[in-house]
Design a protein around this ligand. Structure first.
Ligand SMILES: NC(=O)c1ccc[n+]([C@@H]2O[C@H](COP(=O)([O-])OP(=O)(O)OC[C@H]3O[C@@H](n4cnc5c(N)ncnc54)[C@H](OP(=O)(O)O)[C@@H]3O)[C@@H](O)[C@H]2O)c1
Length: 277
């Protein structure tokens, strides 16, 4: 079985590591995080691997997953290229949606294969993500050898792999931000507004469950344009303006969001899409 080292092992690293361990796809070898304690906790969660305290302690491996926060990826690649200079080049990849494999240039320049694999799943907790992972779409990008190897190991744990263009990753990732990250923000906004307009706090979970479930079911069944309702979709411009002003008075940033989203809702209702083809 091929071996995997992990640099960074939080929500994504732990989830993928545990899945590869469970499916016997990759043998988890060495794990480095910001502290031996958190590395050991990751090893305990994955049920495999060996926690180390520094890069110099890591043994050669076939795959190196750099699962640190995006802002740390380039620096991790730089330090790896220097510290591991005596090691045979292997395959390094990261999990960022917004960055391409070009950020791993320090390793590529030393003969490593490099790639990126972005799973379209909200890894809220590793325990939940392990359960939810099967069928997750996973956008791959990198050199030919990296693409081939990544497709194989991600398919083995149930991912549905597709290719992403490196120079479009920022926009590609913005889509995921709209599709998932903003949903809790919009929900929190709605609940603050309900609370401030006098809805009893104990009713909020019921409002949340009912509206959110309906909206998700309708979008899944009818698509975004078919599921759209509300004043902007109905063309009730006077109400949109009055409501936009009331929300702006309540919170200026929320007011801007209300106006921008109302304009997009109006376009979606009228054209069936947001932008011309
Ligand atoms: N979370 C998601 O839903 C999601 C979805 C798709 C893609 N991603 C991508 O996955 C990657 C990892 O995100 P995440 O959510 O798993 O992050 P995370 O939960 O914050 O975990 C980050 C890990 O990196 C470690 N770390 C930080 N700096 C380090 C360094 N200099 N050297 C070694 N280890 C370091 C942390 O150590 P400690 O454990 O000691 O803190 C932690 O183990 C990112 O590129 C992110 O964009 C995330």
């Amino acid at each position: 079985m091929k071996t995997l080292n992990l640099i960074g092992c939080g929500r994504v690293g732990r989830t993928l590591g545990r899945l590869w361990q469970q499916h016997q796809t990759l043998q988890i070898q060495d794990v480095l995080t910001t502290s031996p304690e958190s590395a050991q906790a990751a090893v305990d969660f994955m049920g495999a691997g060996h926690a180390v305290a520094s890069l110099a302690q890591m043994r050669p491996a076939d795959f190196w997953l750099i699962a640190v926060p995006d802002r740390q990826i380039l620096e991790s690649a730089r330090v790896m290229a220097q510290t591991l200079a005596g090691m045979p080049p292997a395959m390094a990849f990261h999990a960022s949606g917004a960055l391409g494999s070009a950020v791993l240039a320090p390793l590529r320049e030393r003969g490593w294969h490099v790639g990126s694999a972005h799973c379209i799943l909200s890894f809220a907790t590793p325990a939940a993500a392990v359960q939810q992972f099967a069928g997750t779409p996973c956008g791959l990008e990198g050199d030919a050898a990296a693409l081939h190897e990544l497709r194989s190991v991600f398919t083995a744990i149930g991912a549905e792999c597709f290719a992403v263009e490196a120079d479009k990753k920022v926009l590609y990732h913005a889509a995921a931000v709209f599709g998932t990250n903003f949903l809790p923000v919009l929900q929190a906004l709605a609940e603050d507004l309900w609370r401030d307009s006098g809805v009893p706090t104990e009713l909020l979970p019921r409002l949340r469950a009912s509206l959110l479930r309906n909206a998700v079911d309708n979008v899944l069944a009818l698509g975004p344009a078919g599921a759209l309702t509300g004043p902007a979709a109905r063309g009730d411009t006077a109400l949109v303006q009055r409501q936009g002003q009331a929300v702006s008075d309540w919170d200026p940033t929320a007011g801007e969001a209300y106006r921008a989203l109302s304009e997009l809702a109006r376009r979606l209702a009228r054209e069936g899409k947001l932008r011309p083809d």
